[in-house]
Ligand binder design. Structure first.
Ligand code: SIN
Ligand code: CO
Length: 387
């Protein structure tokens, strides 16, 4: 299993305490990960429907940057210049198993915070321009060299070149700079301005984390409350008496309405737990998982698991679990919840821990019909696959 080599004397605990979400960290020779994905492989992916990709060209002159969105026709790649462009492909961990291995060293962080591995292929001088990201990212240099320059001064929300659909800063003055070589990794917290320019051909893998906007998250929770708590009935008056000042909204009306709203808002930790799991496990629309197994195959599931000895988690299935307060634990997958009596809840840690689920890992729960039913449901819905 790959592990991340922090510079001495840092370990994951010290990294989380001192750097995570706070300060950039350069890690030389951080990972012995050789990525056998080539620029051609990445270009191939960028031609596929359902794969999110962008091409960024630096052209200089009046409109110095051009952004194109995939999927691209194969013929486009032979028309590109020899320098100053980069191809970015999102979610490569879902499409290339060898890249999914790059996630292993980052599992000291919770899976639900992780977004994807974006892989970029650049020709000499290729870059996406100076910018800030909203997310934490580990920039792993997989092949060739890239010069990273950063500064940590605040950047105004709207300080971008207008009219582009990437956020490129019109001005950039670096405070620090490093040349990253294969195996090196640069951690950047959100909002640190950075610019990575390829020196010769290079491949960079960005392990990116997710942080929903608080406003979106709260709005989603409020929608859930409206659905589950707010009655469809109309407003009814509190006991009224004739009013001398008919133009006035009386304080008692307000007090009564606030009391009712507070009832709808009353915190229910179990409902909140289940909402959050569904919300945070939601996946991007292009990564949708189709149900796969028919009823007969599902019936044969256990027999086949025993024979084959291993089943795999679908890399498209975004999973997290949480322990319930009412005797039922939950597994959340791509925005859906699967429940299980908590006495068998241990299987959820196993399912979410391993990409390849060997028979032996699951065996302790296979006498429990509820646990077997859960595995069958995951198999039916396409979240567990043989290959
Ligand atoms: C890149 O890989 O070229 C860009 C990654 C980033 O700056 O976020
Ligand atoms: Co960036």
């Amino acid at each position: 299993m790959l592990t991340l080599r922090f510079p001495d004397p840092l370990d994951p605990e010290a990294f989380l305490r001192e750097f995570w979400q706070r300060k950039p960290l350069l890690m030389r020779a951080a990972l012995d990960f050789s990525c056998d994905l080539t620029g051609d492989d990445l270009a191939g992916l960028a031609c596929e429907e359902g794969v999110e990709s962008r091409l960024i060209l630096e052209k200089g002159g009046e409109s110095p940057w051009e952004v194109r969105h995939g999927p691209f026709p194969e013929s486009m790649f032979s028309t590109l210049p020899d320098s100053h462009w980069t191809l970015l492909v999102q979610d490569v961990d879902k499409f290339a198993p060898q890249v999914a291995r790059l996630l292993d060293p980052f599992r000291f962080l919770p899976d639900w915070r992780l977004d994807d591995v974006m892989v970029s292929y650049a020709v000499d001088q290729g870059s996406v321009g100076p910018h800030v990201d909203d997310y934490d990212v580990f920039l792993f240099q997989a092949h060739g060299k890239r010069r990273w320059r950063i500064h940590q001064r605040p950047v105004a929300e709207d300080a971008y070149i207008p009219g582009l659909d990437v956020r490129i800063l019109p001005e950039f003055q670096a405070d620090e700079e490093w040349l990253l070589e294969p195996g090196d990794c640069l951690y950047l917290p959100p909002n640190v301005a950075h610019w990575g320019v390829a020196e010769g051909e290079c491949i960079t893998c960005s392990v990116g984390f997710r942080a929903p906007a608080m406003r979106d998250m709260f709005a989603h929770w409020c929608d859930e409350l409206v659905e589950s708590r707010a009655p469809l009935t109309r407003y009814r008056d509190i006991p009224l008496t004739p009013q001398d000042t008919p133009g006035e909204i009386l304080p008692a009306v307000r007090t009564d309405l606030r009391r009712r709203f507070q009832e709808y808002l009353a915190q229910d930790d179990e409902a909140f737990r289940r909402w959050f799991g569904r919300y945070i496990s939601e996946t991007k629309a292009n990564l949708y998982v189709e149900p796969q197994a028919d009823a007969q195959e599902v019936e044969m599931f256990l027999k086949h698991l025993r024979e084959r000895g291993v089943i795999h988690r679908n890399p498209m299935s975004r999973m997290a679990f949480s322990k319930g307060g009412a005797g039922r634990d939950s597994l959340f997958v791509n925005g859906h919840e699967y429940q299980l009596p908590c006495e068998h809840g241990g299987i959820l840690a196993a399912i979410t821990h391993y990409r390849a689920l060997h028979f032996g890992y699951l065996q302790p729960w296979l006498d429990a019909p509820e646990a077997v039913d859960l595995l069958k449901a995951l198999y039916r819905d396409g979240h567990l696959i043989w290959e």
